[in-house]
Design a protein around this ligand. Structure first.
Ligand code: 6PG
Length: 247
């Protein structure tokens, strides 16, 4: 299925559209299957989206007790670290929503000393949530995986040149970010898991992303984010990332 791209004027309008997509996806999944399985994005884009989800009308449009929360990647830091993707969601989203069940929040344990063993355990947690045996032929099928993209075209913690990009079986692995990243040691969903999703939503803003976006829209398969091809892949871009001069 080919990716679709929507360019909106500003990061704020992109965040509004992302929040609306998340709510619509949640309502649809809960109506059809009784629950909504989402993997939240890392990075800074969620800072604009989470406040929209905890305010009316969106807050009241979803039965949050029927939502299973995961993360597409995590840094090897404790939950209270400012760099924690989980910690940001806990502070700005989960602690502000009624009905969120503790057992439905599946933090990615990237900060454990034995990160590889923790990745295997997190796969088992995914297997339980989806009633699937890890390593089996069938992969967990998230209703929505929300991703960001770095200027180098990385997504989740799948970085250019990483051997993790060649992973074909595992759902979750350890990864290492470039030295320029805030935290090098990571844990991440793999491409097979991401591409098994019913829907992937990219939320990307900023002129520093424009070159990578241009490459991906031109059909180049090189960048990690270009290899994300789920059943439905939608890119929400602001004008700067979309390479559109603000009119
Ligand atoms: C991470 C993210 C990463 C992020 C991109 C975009 O943990 O760093 O998962 O993939 O989404 O780097 O980050 P920004 O939205 O902050 O530019």
């Amino acid at each position: 299925m080919s990716a679709r791209f929507t360019v909106l004027p500003t990061p704020a309008t992109v965040a509004e559209a992302a929040a609306d997509r998340i709510v619509a996806s949640a309502r649809n999944a809960i109506r059809r299957r009784g629950r909504f399985l989402i993997a939240l994005s890392g990075g800074s884009a969620p800072r604009l989206v989470y406040p929209l989800l905890i305010a009316p009308p969106r807050r009241d449009a979803v039965d949050w007790s029927k939502v299973e929360f995961f993360w597409g990647d995590e840094r090897a830091v404790p939950p209270d670290d400012p760099e924690s993707n989980y910690g940001l969601a806990r502070r700005l989203l989960l602690d502000n929503l009624a009905g969120v069940r503790a057992e439905s929040v599946h933090r990615m344990p990237a900060d454990e000393p034995d990160r590889e063993a923790a990745a295997v355990r997190h796969e088992a947690e995914l297997g339980r949530a989806f009633a699937l045996p890890p390593g089996g032929r069938r992969r967990p099928r998230f209703d929505l995986i929300w991703l960001g993209m770095g200027p180098d075209g990385h997504t989740a913690s799948l970085f250019p040149g990483s051997s993790v990009l060649a992973e074909r079986i595992r759902w979750v692995t350890t990864a290492t970010a470039p030295r320029t990243s805030p935290v090098a040691a990571r844990m991440t969903f793999t491409l097979p898991l991401i591409n098994a999703a019913r829907a992937v939503l990219f939320v990307v803003a900023g002129a520093d992303k424009a070159a990578a976006v241009r490459s991906i829209r031109a059909g180049s398969p090189d960048l990690p984010a270009a290899r994300v091809r789920a059943a439905s892949t939608l890119w929400l871009l602001d004008a700067a990332a979309g390479g559109v001069s603000a009119s």
